[in-house]
Design a protein. Structure first.
Length: 95
């Protein structure tokens, strides 16, 4: 994505480096993640937003140094959230 901030240090001079890191991660990858979830998982727009928001919450709970490959991490997290939701839906329908 053009205008990527991946070369900007995430911790230098920042009072809350974790939040700065997630802000940069969001700025660089938010639209990509939303489009990928919509295209690959074929879910309703409201479900896309729920999955994407939950993925960002999980990303924010990690140290930025733990996320070496942001796009892989974000998509795998979104995919896991999608699978969890489908599993819960299946269990709900069985009862």
């Amino acid at each position: 994505m053009s205008g990527s901030n991946s070369d900007i240090p995430l911790t230098v001079g920042d009072a809350a480096p974790g939040w700065r890191a997630i802000e940069l991660l969001y700025r660089d990858h938010a639209e990509w993640l939303r489009a990928l979830v919509m295209r690959r998982l074929r879910v309703q727009p409201a479900d896309v937003e729920d999955i994407v928001q939950a993925a960002w919450i999980r990303a924010a709970s990690r140290k930025s140094s733990d996320i070496q490959h942001p796009r892989a991490f974000l998509f795998q997290t979104a995919l896991n959230l999608f699978r969890d939701a489908k599993r819960r839906e299946s269990v709900r329908q069985q009862h």
